[in-house]
Design a binder for this molecule. Sequence first.
Ligand code: ZN
Ligand code: ZN
Ligand code: ZN
Length: 115
Amino acid sequence: MGQRRMRGLRIPHWLLRLLFTGTLREKPCSHRNLIQVTTPTAQVCQDCIASGDTWPELRMCMLCGYVGCCDQAKNQHARKHFQETGHPLIRSIEPNADWMWCYVDEALLAAPRAL
Ligand SMILES: [Zn+2]
Ligand SMILES: [Zn+2]
Ligand SMILES: [Zn+2]
């Protein structure tokens, strides 16, 4: 029995918010004005490639364009990037994904525009 992946499906924001934060309540984010990069700069996690690892999904830092693997990945490079740089906003760069996440406010937000 293989695991069925939901890759490429557009998941409603309310559902993501519930999964990520445990509540449907929308949280404010004060970091939107820091956004510099909205379109993907890479389609791989360079840090995983360097160590020979793989990843399920990719996230991109919206302040500097760093692309890293998601929190479900073994290495969690996107989260590590936040911990090292303090850059709070990432977006999913998976097909059809149109959400971003603020690590500081723990807020799920609509990404500025579709990929
Ligand atoms: Zn924020
Ligand atoms: Zn990685
Ligand atoms: Zn960054």
